[in-house]
Design a protein around this ligand. Sequence first.
Ligand SMILES: *[C@@H]1O[C@H](CO)[C@@H](O)[C@H](O)[C@H]1NC(C)=O
Ligand SMILES: *[C@@H]1O[C@H](CO)[C@@H](O)[C@H](O)[C@H]1NC(C)=O
Ligand SMILES: *[C@@H]1O[C@H](CO)[C@@H](O)[C@H](O)[C@H]1NC(C)=O
Ligand SMILES: *[C@@H]1O[C@H](CO)[C@@H](O)[C@H](O)[C@H]1NC(C)=O
Length: 226
Amino acid sequence: MRTHTFLVSLLAPLVTVYAQLADPNIVGTWSSGSKNVVTGPGFANPANTSFNYPKTTGVSFSFSDDNFYEIARYRFNGNGSEPNCITAVIGWVHGTYEKLANGSIVLTPFGDGYQQVQDPCAAQSNFMENYNQTELLRSFQMFRDPTFGLKLHLFQFDGAPIAPLFQVSTTPTMHPTRSLRNVTPPVEVLNKRSNGASPAADVAHLGAASSIVAAILSVTFASLAL
Ligand SMILES: *[C@@H]1O[C@H](CO)[C@@H](O)[C@H](O)[C@H]1NC(C)=O
Ligand SMILES: *[C@@H]1O[C@H](CO)[C@@H](O)[C@H](O)[C@H]1NC(C)=O
Ligand SMILES: *[C@@H]1O[C@H](CO)[C@@H](O)[C@H](O)[C@H]1NC(C)=O
Ligand SMILES: *[C@@H]1O[C@H](CO)[C@@H](O)[C@H](O)[C@H]1NC(C)=O
């Protein structure tokens, strides 16, 4: 015990700058890279299911101290076999989160999330769809970066890291923490898929009625590693 304490105190000065925080507080707003993607009204307008496109791609998470979360994501997907077919995906979702005893975080959406997919090479090159994925963050770590301050590392359900997030504010920048539009749950999706309909046919545009069948293309968003 003594030796251990001694070693730790000896090493502490060397590792402090990159030390993982023992009791990380994830409350606040976090953003990757150039921090142009930030949750809240500056990014998404749920009332009319639109987005204000950020200057650069990135991802942002907000967590409140009363267990609400919000995510803003904007990214391009390259396609190795079709270099001209770069897909843009921009998405917004919010809901409640729960920290599990094993260190994982479960994100349960309210149901009003949505994303826009632009794929110049697809039959339907630009569409909006509902996004309502429950997501598991397998683990997270926090560091104090000597230059950029607090840095949050989130890991996806499969352990893949999400781009490091820097703290933009200690209070979360969020929309009101309740469902902000009426969405009919996509009950028909399974039937549609099993009868062989093409995925594109399953995605209705978000119209004035604001009730669409989407889902299938859990595609893109679920595996977002931005
Ligand atoms: C959606 O609503 C926002 C905020 O009220 C507004 O700025 C924007 O112009 C609207 N966009 C569309 C496409 O209606
Ligand atoms: C790449 O493009 C091909 C042909 O359009 C398509 O079949 C494939 O699914 C695309 N891959 C990705 C990762 O988007
Ligand atoms: C924690 O528990 C949840 C629910 O059982 C599970 O899905 C997740 O993979 C677990 N996380 C770790 C790090 O084992
Ligand atoms: C969204 O997902 C949550 C959690 O699975 C579920 O309770 C809710 O009914 C879903 N909402 C819609 C509109 O699909």
